[in-house]
Design a binder for this molecule. Structure first.
Ligand code: GRF
Length: 219
């Protein structure tokens, strides 16, 4: 089985990128990160990529005359690197519909809460955990889902709960959620590498290693 070719898109520090790279290095994930792309020139994710000799590209809408031109360039880069799966890892920009269409069911995102709660526009970073604590819920968690044209909306592939503790601050909760992100994301990408994810409408199913199919609850 040839390894899955990944493009990782990130706007920030890239700890999820690092978790993916570590999983590849340890043999838990059969994939290659072919290129890392960020809309921020100083994103930590680009530094991490360079340290691993992975092409690190700063690509942003304002470098192009139109949104369509940006999308065409991004599609050309993804095609050059023969990308199988786009991994959004703290990427704060919406992908152009053309990119979503070209990679339908092949764009994964990770969200630091249990969707469909606490998602959508403006729900990123510490804002998510602030909202979770303000709502008084007892359980938060991590969602890995396929991306579609709307923020935090496509079919959910896996969710894993994280308890909200009485004395949690947004920061303490964010830290525990992030640890779970680092475990879950490589595991789910490996399921794609094994060809075990099937999508039907809004539902994603994970095939057992045998022949059966099960829905992925708390993985
Ligand atoms: C993570 O919390 C992820 O869920 C969200 O953005 C954050 C990215 O963190 N989408 P990092 O850049 O991977 O450290």
């Amino acid at each position: 089985m040839t390894p899955l070719n990944l493009a990782v898109l990130a706007s920030g520090g890239g700890t999820n990128l690092q978790a993916v790279l570590d999983a590849i290095a340890s043999g838990r994930l059969r994939a290659r990160v072919r290129v890392v792309i960020s809309n921020k020139p100083d994103a930590g994710a680009l530094d991490r990529a360079r340290r691993h000799d992975i092409p690190a590209l700063h690509l942003a809408r304002d470098q192009f005359p139109t949104a369509d031109a940006f999308a065409d360039h991004l599609l050309a880069v993804l095609s050059d690197y023969q990308i199988d799966l786009i991994i959004l890892a703290g990427y704060l920009k919406k992908l152009h519909p053309r990119v979503v269409q070209a990679y339908r069911h092949r764009v994964l995102n990770i969200h630091p809460a249990l969707l469909p709660s606490f998602g959508g526009k403006g729900m990123y970073g510490i804002h998510v955990h602030e909202a979770v604590i303000a709502a008084g819920v007892k359980v938060s968690g991590v969602t890995v889902h396929l991306s579609d044209e709307e923020y935090d909306h496509g079919p959910i592939v896996a969710q894993r709960p994280v308890p909200v503790l009485d004395d949690d601050t947004p920061e303490s909760l964010a830290g525990r959620v992030l640890e779970v992100e680092h475990q879950l994301y490589p595991e789910i990408i490996q399921l794609f590498a094994e060809g075990r994810v099937r999508v039907d409408g809004r539902r994603a199913y994970i095939k057992d290693e045998g022949s059966g199919v099960r829905s992925q609850g708390s993985a």
